[in-house]
Each structure stands twice: as C-alpha cells, then as structure tokens.
Design a protein around this ligand. Sequence first.
Ligand code: DP6
Length: 328
Amino acid sequence: MKKTAKAPANIAFIKYWAKADAATRVPKNNSISMNLSDMYSICTVEFDASLKKNEVHFLDEETIKSQELARISDALDKIRNIAGSVLFAKVVTKNNFPKATGIASSASGFAALTLAATKALGLNLTEKELSLLARTFSGTACRSIPDGFVEWQKGTYENDSYALSLHPPEYWDIADVVAVVTSKMKKVSSTDGHALAPTSPFYELRLAGMDAKIANLKKHMRDKNFTSFGRIVEDEALNMHAICITSTPPLLYWQPETIRIMKNIALWRESGELESYFTIDAGSTVHVICRGTDAQKAKSYLEKIEGIEKVVINRPVKGAQLVTEHLF
Ligand code: DP6
C-alpha cells in the first residue's frame, strides 16, 4: 500500500533544549508550539517485496547526508518491527522550505514519515501512539502530530512522553512571519546542541524556572493576552540562546541579520507601529510572532531589512494528515 502524509513544521514558544534520555528523546522539560501552515513536508512511503533495501529520495536535493539516511532507515526498521513486516520501503520526501536553518525540518519530515509509513503497513495508530513514535525519530516531530497549539508533556519515561493539542488552529488568530536570513545549513545539529546544554553554568537555573514559565504562558494563551504571551515568548528564546552561547563549546546560531531583525522588532514595538515578538530555534532564522491582522504589515517591514532571503507568513494549522496526491 502506498500512502502519503503532509505534516507542518512547528515553532516552539517554550523550547525543547536538552534531553533526559538521549536514546529515547525524552526531554528535560515540557515544550509548547504552534503548527505552521506554510512550512511543511510531504512524504510518500510504499513497502515493496521486490526491494532489497530501503530506497530514500529527497526531491529538490542532490545529496543526502549518510547520517540522514541512517536516521530514516532506523525509523523505517522500527515501524516495520511494530507491524511485524519484513518488507523494505521506498520513501520520497520533500520540504517546501530550506533545511537546518532554524525551521524544524526534522519535525515536519519525521511526523510525515511516521504517519505515511504506519498507514502504508496497515497500522491504525492513535494520535498519542503516533506522537510517541514520532518523538523517538526527532523530538520536535511529536509536536507536529496534534492540531494547532500543542504541548509536549515530557513524561517520565519512554511511553508517556508525547504531545497533545492545547487549542485547535482557529482558536487564536496569531501568525508566525518567518524571516529566513541564510539557507546555508547550520554547522552544529540540534541533536548535538541538546547534549551540550547541561554544560552551561546557567542550565539548572533555566530548568528551575520552567514550570512557572509554562503555567504563565498557558494562562496568557487561554486569555488570548497577546502582549503578556509575546513577552514570555521572547524571554524564552533569549533564555535558550543564553544556554547555547554559554555551553562548552559555545554555540552561536545567530547571524548579523538575525540581530538586525531583533533590534527592528523592538523599535517597531516602541514606536507603536507594530507589536510583534521574536523567537529563534537552533539557527539564524527569526520567527516574528504577531497578531494575524498584522501579518502582512510584518512581512512588508521585514522585506525592507537588508540581508533577508525570504519571508513566509504562517498561520496556526492542523497536525499531520494523510493526502491523496502521491510523490511517486
Ligand atoms: C531548538 O527535534 O531537532 O527547535 O530530538 O535531536 O531531533 P532531536 O532535536 P530537534 O530539536 C530542536 C529543538 C529546537 C527547540 C524546539 O523546537 O523546541
């Protein structure tokens, strides 16, 4: 059976940064995110008795790193074991945005692969089971399974660490206007970054404040209090990057353009022109969070800043879905 799934990237308002267990990707803290309407992966999977090994293709990319191939193959093996199948698979996948620049391509990619591959083997997993499984391939992928605004509950062990929807996409009209400043891949992967986080002298402090920060953010989301919500989102992004900068060895993901955008956001806010807040994942890309009604304005402001390659408006959206149009 051939199946195709589409899954969104997601932006974290509260970041996943450090694992309690590296092998299973159980995180140190809960995280909160929003699925992105206009940054997604599509993945088609077919298990086929004539194949002697897995065949993986990325559309629009000439080279696939051997590490990436190994990660996808491991995921296919795991899904095959769950279904009790011995068949190899053909996988074709594509993203509509550049990889490894601070947009969660592993999140959307592995969420789409999890849904397509399990369905291709006739498995009918629940949302919780899909999220648990996707987490083991890439932590953030578990958050691209449920709809809209999502919380990943860290849990205590492998089988209770998964993501749930907090609010459906139509709950709150906010936008993530993504400013890509370079499509060059970052040098240090986030998987390596997670492992370095506890070397920061500030890491325990970050963790100690986490529960209160999450409770506050969730309250402001419930109240749709955009200003209080935005302040926490920005504070949390700086907090995560403070950990990165003070890890051993240090990780500085920002480019000069990243800082230029951060400074502009503060100016727009101070002048009363545009209320928006930044957040940044493990890369140079800036996610500008604003009210949905301000999204076009934010885009046109960002397009005037020097050094920005691409600006994409994203609204909240559903999680991973099956689609009928296959990639092969
Ligand atoms: C910085 O999910 O890429 O985007 O579990 O090792 O695949 P692995 O890591 P990954 O983590 C990226 C984390 C982040 C912050 C976040 O989205 O919460």
